[in-house]
Write a protein that binds this ligand. Structure first.
Ligand code: ADP
Ligand code: MG
Length: 251
């Protein structure tokens, strides 16, 4: 496996998903490089969750391939992490035990598990509530735990399905910064789904814009804006406008 940043990590070809007569995903193809943070935007109902479900192999595609490091994606072989829209935590485990949970499942040895848990809780600002239980922390905190747990397994691919969609705008800005920080420090390969164009431009290195059903990748936009990004930067506004126009004339 190559750690080369320009290496192709994920390669999706001809991915099609039908539910009976309804074609949701239609011959989708794209590549993601190692350590890249790619956003997928498209309106509600276009098939974003279906797309992540087929990539993660939670749901079989009707046809097509998902390759990780050149091999067909296989949950027994590859580490695919998934952060769902509704945050999930085990209520009988503390915050710290929840962050470590994915690593336990993957069989990461105890010493390394402890070390990684401490590091990630520190980056994500969770250290002060390590010994609390999920019902003692806020909804946004629960989502931060889910995100931290997903990064902690050092996944081959981290899938995120509108993780901040339900949160108020101020919290969302804060968590987007935290996500970028985790991604920069841990160098994971991330595919982030959102219907929020501003969020996509703020976090991603590249944006895939989906079309209406049957869904294809309508455009790919590179976001070459230095970080930390500023919403009022003319370049930021230009890219946001461009993506907005693509979605406005959506078909
Ligand atoms: N299990 C299923 N059976 C039948 N239709 C489904 C199923 N899952 C999703 N769909 C349909 O596929 C389309 C895309 O849904 P979804 O992937 O949830 O969209 P998004 O996440 O972009 O809002 C919708 O029209 C939805 O009704
Ligand atoms: Mg969805």
């Amino acid at each position: 496996m190559s750690a080369n940043a320009s290496a192709v990590k994920i390669s999706v070809t001809d991915l099609t998903k039908r539910f009976g007569d309804l074609t949701v995903l239609d011959n989708i193809a794209f590549k993601i490089k190692t350590g890249e943070l790619v956003a997928i935007v498209g309106p509600t109902g276009c098939g974003k969750t279906t797309f992540l479900n087929t990539l993660s192999k939670l749901m079989p595609p009707t046809s097509g391939h998902v390759l990780i490091d050149g091999e067909e994606a296989d949950p027994r072989k590859h580490n695919i992490s998934y952060v769902f829209q509704e945050p999930t935590c085990l209520p009988w485990r503390t915050v710290r035990e929840n962050v470590a949970y994915g690593m336990e499942i993957k069989g990461v040895p105890r010493g390394e598990r402890m070390e990684r848990t401490d590091r990630i809780m520190d980056i994500a600002g969770l250290s002060s509530c390590a010994d609390l239980y999920p019902n003692q922390v806020s909804a946004s905190m629960v989502q931060r735990i889910a995100v931290s747990r997903a990064f902690a397994v050092e996944p081959d691919l981290l899938l995120m399905d509108e993780p901040y969609g339900q949160l108020d705008v101020k919290l969302r800005y804060y968590l987007e910064d935290e996500l970028v920080n985790l991604w920069q420090k841990l160098k994971s390969t991330v595919l982030f789904v959102t219907h929020n164009i501003e969020e996509a431009v703020y976090i991603a290195e590249r944006i895939l814009v989906l079309s209406d059903k049957p869904t294809k990748v309508k455009a790919e936009i590179t976001v070459d804006i230095p970080r930390p990004r500023n919403f009022l930067d003319p370049k930021f506004m230009e890219i946001r406008h461009h993506v907005t126009e693509l979605i406005r004339w959506w078909w």
